[in-house]
Design a protein around this ligand. Structure first.
Ligand SMILES: [Zn+2]
Length: 179
């Protein structure tokens, strides 16, 4: 599944590996969905082992910074006892926003593999490419579009369901007022 947006390094791990870990990130996205958050999941992998996991919790935590990537990287850095994740790959189901991309540069993450593109806030090529900005002191490799349809479908199904719930709630309220 290589397209024009994909950038691969010389010693790129196999595509199967990326698919395997993206599936894991998708399972983490389900944890966000279960608590009513936009289903985005992320994990950090170093030397073939997962060292950090996260999913969206900004609504629950009243915290706009509580994105899946922030949770996953925070956990990974604690796990390896280092604020820099030199050999890490971050997997995330949705293209990172500018906040998360900035954090990933601070963490010196080596590779960023994401699923769905985000035309509104994506900062790994869609709106901007902060992860590979030439003026910054670190650039991350990007692999995009891994299980893109699955990742995007999960998010659109979530919003569709939420719209239906809002509609149903409004209808119920109107029915109540007519009583
Ligand atoms: Zn973010």
């Amino acid at each position: 599944m290589v397209n024009e947006k994909t950038m691969l390094s010389v010693n790129t791990p196999t595509e199967e590996n990326d698919i395997f870990w993206m599936k894991h990130a998708l399972s983490l996205a389900d944890k966000a969905e279960a608590i009513g958050e936009v289903p985005v999941g992320a994990c950090v992998v170093i030397n073939g082992a997962v060292v950090g996991e996260g999913w969206n919790t900004p609504i629950r935590d009243h915290n706009p910074t509580a994105h899946a990537e922030i949770h996953a990287v925070t956990q990974a850095a604690k796990h390896i006892q280092n604020y820099r994740l030199i050999d890490a790959t971050l997997y995330v189901t949705l293209e990172p926003c500018s906040m998360c991309a900035g954090m990933l540069i601070h963490a010196r993450v080596k590779r960023v593999v994401f699923g769905a593109w985000d035309a509104k806030t994506g900062s790994a090529g869609s709106v901007m490419n902060l992860l590979q900005h030439p003026a910054l002191n670190h650039q991350a490799e990007i692999v995009s579009g891994v299980l893109a349809d699955e990742c995007a479908d999960k998010i659109s199904a979530f919003f569709k369901k939420r719209r239906q719930e809002i509609k149903a709630a409004k209808k119920a309220k109107r029915a109540q007022q007519q009583d």
